[in-house]
Write a protein that binds this ligand. Structure first.
Ligand code: ADP
Length: 490
């Protein structure tokens, strides 16, 4: 079946269950648009303040029974959830592409990661065991046990509308926590479909629910969450600016935070880089999801010895990339998420130019005559920037590549670290020792050496400095949603 039809059918089934409508009045409702055409694909009633409180109240009640289940029982429910997602993977990928805009192949990969997150949590929770400690008194028996932290408030972004839901909710549910989720206003349908499947798998409705809000009313969610006595943890992926607000709000009830915030990834190409690999890596890292990921290459530092060859190769690679609708054949770059992003990127490119950057024309760019003029398509652009360009301290979050040339006398680690962010960094260099030495100097939570595919359920994803607090996924995954309780017996 064609992908658009799959997505439309899934939206129809959400509407038939009464959770959304095809059309409706704008007031009190959230309109979900296809960023490739600007068309409204669904309209969802907004949650009111009192309903948000009700969801947290219900979560507090549901948490008691859910956490009383054995880890094996919760794990089985999660595995059923993973299987249900897998059974619907084509429809979920199509829905993701429709509301978010990423090419269907990227959505398929995201749904695979969505499933991995659930299976990983279901497996890892079974490994959690009490730990016997050395006695600190001759007669003491000391033990550590792990218990669910409490109700979790989860806030997810629009750039990975499915994978971020399970990266937060699956380990929290596995740990025995109840979760109230607020999906991003641009992409709520993927999240809703996933929560409905979790209910079908046997997660009680109260133990996992969602709150639909628009941009203006989003702060209501954190206001209610951080005031509710049952909420003991909040997990957020989004901008550093919003993350900082949540840090302030969390002080009220001293709520634990897991924050995955902005990035400003340096992509460093050494003089002994395998240029073919480096060009493909830079292209993938820069233009995946139309440049809208927090681990996208933001500043591409290229050694002067290989600069010209790299530039020529990257230009050629960009020229071969088709911009277009997620469902069209051969498309590698979809639209950006919305009008604000579209306008912000145009203004950013203008500022780069007035700051002394030089735009390099991309010769022979594929023709994109068939693009819907109402869609938020941004053609890829490439700028050669001066060293120390202050604009490169910002996260670009779009299909704009910024290159900076460096030489032997430049301290590239210092240049790369000259930012308030510290999420992901990349090094391309066949001199393994030099690459590893550089990796050790980079103030980042994750470093890819000759590799850009660094995210997976099994790795601890997260940053340092203003890129966040805590890690998601990896061996500590469900434990992040648990408290350590130490018991001393004599
Ligand atoms: P972006 O600019 O990429 O949308 P944001 O950090 O602004 O990133 O938003 C990420 C998520 O945080 C979205 O789901 C948004 O609705 C939500 N959000 C924004 N402000 C708040 C807030 N004050 N409280 C709770 N959620 C918020």
């Amino acid at each position: 079946m064609n992908n658009l039809k799959l997505a439309e059918d899934l939206i129809s089934s959400i509407c038939e269950k009464g959770f959304a409508e095809r059309q409706g009045e704008d007031s009190g409702k959230l309109s979900v648009c296809d960023p490739a055409t600007g068309r409204v694909v669904a309209v969802i009633p907004l949650c009111q303040g009192i309903e948000i409180t009700d969801k947290f109240d219900s979560a507090a009640v549901a948490q008691i029974e859910w956490s009383a289940l054995l880890p094996d029982e919760r794990s089985s429910v999660l595995l059923r959830w993973a299987n249900l997602i897998e059974q619907q993977k084509e429809s979920l990928a199509a829905l993701l592409s429709l509301e978010q805009g990423k090419p269907i192949g990227e959505s398929a990969l995201e749904i695979a990661a969505t499933i991995d997150n659930v299976r990983w949590s279901a497996q890892e929770v079974l490994k959690i065991e009490n730990v016997n400690l050395k006695p600190h008194l001759p007669e003491a028996q000391n033990v550590i046990i792990y218990q669910p932290v409490g109700v979790v408030a989860a806030i997810t972004p629009w750039n990975f509308p499915s994978a971020m839901v399970t990266r937060k909710a699956a380990p929290a549910l596995a740990a025995g926590c109840a979760v109230v989720l607020k999906p991003a206003e641009d992409t709520p349908l993927s999240a809703m479909a996933l929560v409905h499947l979790a209910w079908e798998a046997g997660v009680p409705n109260g133990a996992f629910s969602y709150v639909i809000l628009d941009r203006d009313s989003a702060p209501l969610f954190s206001d209610v969450a951080f005031s509710h006595p049952a909420v003991r943890m909040a997990s957020f992926t989004g901008s550093t600016a919003v993350g900082k607000k949540l840090v302030m709000q969390s002080a009220k009830n001293v709520v634990k935070l897991s924050l995955e915030l902005g990035g400003n990834a340096p992509f460093i190409i050494g003089k002994q880089a395998d240029l073919e690999k480096a060009i493909e890596g830079a292209f993938a890292s820069k233009f995946r999801n139309a440049g809208q990921t927090c681990i996208c290459a933001n500043r591409i530092f290229v050694h002067e010895d290989v600069y010209d060859s790299f530039l020529t190769g990257l230009l050629k690679r960009i020229a071969s990339a088709k911009v277009g609708n997620a469902f069209a054949d051969g498309v590698e770059i979809g639209p950006v998420i919305n009008k604000q992003a579209y306008e912000r990127l145009a203004a950013y490119a203008d500022s780069l130019l007035s700051d002394g950057a030089k735009e390099v024309e991309i010769q022979g760019e594929s023709s994109n005559d068939d693009l819907d003029i109402k869609g938020y398509f941004v053609q890829p652009r490439l700028f050669e920037c001066v060293k120390g360009c202050v604009l490169l301290k910002q996260e670009i979050f779009g299909p704009i590549a910024a290159l900076v040339k460096y030489g032997d006398s430049d301290d590239v680690a210092q240049m790369a670290n000259d930012t308030e962010y510290g999420l992901a960094a990349y090094i391309y260099d066949e001199n393994k020792q030099r690459a590893e030495r550089l990796a050790a100097l980079l103030q980042y939570g994750m470093v890819g050496i000759n590799e850009t595919r660094i995210a997976h359920a099994s790795i601890p994803f997260g940053g340092v400095k203003q890129s966040g607090i805590g890690r998601e996924g990896g061996p500590e995954s469900p434990k992040n949603f648990m408290n350590i309780k130490y018991i001393c017996k004599t």
